[in-house]
Design a protein around this ligand. Structure first.
Ligand SMILES: [Zn+2]
Length: 90
């Protein structure tokens, strides 16, 4: 995966409404500490990687653009393309 300035922790657990999500965790001084990427534990191996790629793009766009997150926001699309290309090795 593409490195980021803020550490990223990944875990899998059962989710009811989402395939996965990304959450920024702040420290006691309200500074960004790390991200949690949580992926539904019942997804197949292939689906898990696709969700991880999607969520990693959220981390990248948040870190590089003042933590703004939106699928329609161009930086997320560029980040997703970059992560996906790295993932498939193009
Ligand atoms: Zn998303």
């Amino acid at each position: 995966m593409v490195p980021t300035k803020i550490p990223v922790k990944v875990r899998r657990r059962p989710l009811k409404a989402d395939l996965g999500y990304t959450q920024l965790v702040r420290d006691a001084n309200d500074a960004p500490s790390h991200f949690w990427i949580v992926i539904h534990s019942e997804l197949s191996h292939e689906a898990c990687w696709l969700v991880l790629t999607h969520e990693w793009a959220h981390v990248m766009s948040w870190v590089e653009h003042d933590l703004v997150c939106d699928h329609d926001y161009e930086p997320w699309g560029r980040a997703y393309a970059k992560v996906y290309q790295e993932f498939v090795g193009i």
